[in-house]
Design a protein around this ligand. Sequence first.
Ligand SMILES: Cc1cc2nc3c(=O)[nH]c(=O)nc-3n(C[C@H](O)[C@H](O)[C@H](O)COP(=O)(O)O)c2cc1C
Length: 188
Amino acid sequence: MSTARPQPTGREIKFSSEKMLVSKTDARGVISYGNQNLMDISGYSDDDLLGTPHNILRHPDMPKAIFYLMWDSIKRGNNIMAVVKNLSKSGDHYWVTTDFDIQKNREGRIRNYIAFRQAASRDVIKTIEPIYSKMLEIEKSEGMDASLKYIETFLAEKDISYNDFIEELARPKGLSAIIFEKIKDMFK
Ligand SMILES: Cc1cc2nc3c(=O)[nH]c(=O)nc-3n(C[C@H](O)[C@H](O)[C@H](O)COP(=O)(O)O)c2cc1C
């Protein structure tokens, strides 16, 4: 695997909302499985992904604070729905909504995480992009704690958690929700 980060091109990869991009990691976020959809959209092969930390998909436009919130939740065994802009091997990007299955061993310790991603809709991107871009700007000048404070204040004004805000915005509805739940069950 090449260690050089792809240069962002600013081009967006759009893909069908019927596709689910799945990956599985160990407790530290090292990838142990990626499905064909993830490989197709990210441009990474099995060889690139397996044994690699999940930040291989990280886009530099993503605020660190979002990953902080994500890890803070899943490490405690709580699923969270998040919106993420990912960087493909070519430097193009794709927006996803993601949530997780958290698998524990008999002693109750986290063994694996599975991430289930779908294409984020135009409306979701339109709402989230300016928030993330403000957070990134704050992070660059004042650090992650300041951007965390920004998102926490934004959510507190709406009296909602990040997870509930994203769920309201992006949770699949109707038939696609049923189909996605069935696909998720196959990985559990
Ligand atoms: C199951 C799982 C899936 C993840 N999926 C992504 C992803 O699609 N994109 C991403 O940038 N980070 C993802 N992460 C988070 C990364 O582990 C990492 O925290 C993030 O990319 C930030 O990287 P950094 O800490 O090096 O800045 C995932 C983590 C887990 C446990």
